[in-house]
Design a protein around this ligand. Sequence first.
Ligand code: F6P
Length: 545
Amino acid sequence: MNPTKTKAWQALQAHFETVRTVHLRDLFAADPARGERFAVEGGGLFLDFSKNRITDETLGLLTGLADEVGLRARIEAMFGGQRINTTEGRAVLHAALRAPEGSHIHDAGEPGHDVVPDVQAVLQRCEVFAEQVRSGSWRGHLGRSIRNVVNIGIGGSDLGPAMACEALRPDSERRLTVRFVSNIDGTHVVEALRDLDPAETLFIICSKTFTTQETLTNANTARQWLLDGLGGDEAAITRHFVAVSTAADKVAAFGIDAERNMFGFWDWVGGRYSVDSAVGLALMVAIGPQGFRELLAGFHAMDQHFRTAPFEQNLPALLGLLGVWYGNFFGCDSHAVLPYDQNLARFPAYLQQLDMESNGKRVTLDGEVVDWQTGPIVWGEPGTNGQHAFYQLLHQGTRLVPADFLGFCRSRNPRGEHHDLLMANFFAQTEALAFGKTGDEVRAEGVADELVTHKTFPGNRPTNTILADALDPRTLGALIALYEHKVFTQGVVWGINSFDQWGVELGKVLAKRIAPELQADAEPQLAHDSSTNALIRRYRRGRRT
Ligand code: F6P
């Protein structure tokens, strides 16, 4: 369906013309209860969306759009195991990864096959393994306990567990060092291993396909490092390498015991939706099986909320629809995510893959080229660092950048007044962005005429505020699921497939062609464009000196 041809879209277009210049100052002045009315709680999270450039009518039209594009039916199709990832012929069942034991979910392509027992069986194997590592009973080749866990993976096989390990540092077993290696740049693996003792180091090679160049190159380097450090005995691999993958044959070919040391998942789990599968093994080792179960409970609570709450009270649907409002009507290109918690430093990077790999698409499910904007550029940094860097543009620049502010009532590291000061900044920023400071207010402070415009804040900059009690495993699960379902909502409105990623392929193919041209001893015959040819020749000259 072309969303721009729906009645709701056309009505939104007409409505937009009537509200595009309305100021948040006036919307708040006209309705003293706006702050309470435009706020909802669901799945353990609180969302204040009152500082958006919307009226009740906007909200009604946006939820009407969700109805008209069939969001409710698409949600049921996803949760019901329909093969909605049509270009890959797959179901999209990450919700089954956090479904309670005893529930029943089927991949519609395999009727009669309940996936929940499969999920629980892998989860239990992961739990046994995680406990062995945590307790010290998993011994390395020389009989020593494991003290270092290095996850080697990239994209969805890295960003989720890496982000979550940092987010849940206060819940982690501090005896263990958990590191993540992703980049094919040798610096990453070399620096990550520099101070580790191979006898106490365990590698988790995490790759859905087990063909990813970055991961296999890093895994081979790690393998050599281990063998060099432990006297070259190949038998050491069994005690120091485990795999998370869907490809048992390739895991075995690498030399990992796929029967005992591989933790599987399924093709219906997309890489960027996999942190709550065995891909989260490093995280489970860090926070323990109980913490991981809490995380899954948080995910599930948000799944339930998304599936059952009416759209006007549905956090993921609201975030998704508001994003459509800004992207497709106001013409905003980007969306900022600003966590006021140092441990969420990697959350924007995680969301970049979740959102931009999912909704960075230019054709509909039917392969027609769209003539409406799809996914935004997602970016962000933790507050308050961002305030001293790019907030100037948010407040006074020429671009409108909608932003999500994420904050917590309690710090996991309470120290003096730190947390109240952090949160004072958190509340101050959304207030300043919404209401700004008029020229008259500036003048009334006695500011010289020539500086008045410089010191004026236009305001009317939209934000969502997402608040939770504390950043613990349950909250993090809910937060990730919130954004997963936001992305889904938008994908449904735009009529695109949020679950494939063909756009990453071309660069991979070209890199495979170019690598031998860089490495060849004799000057290679180059058949690229003149720019790429010249760059390769320049690189080869520089490489020799
Ligand atoms: O970047 C493309 C991609 O396929 C992602 O979707 C995926 O998360 C990542 O590569 C890693 O893939 P794999 O887990 O198969 O190594």
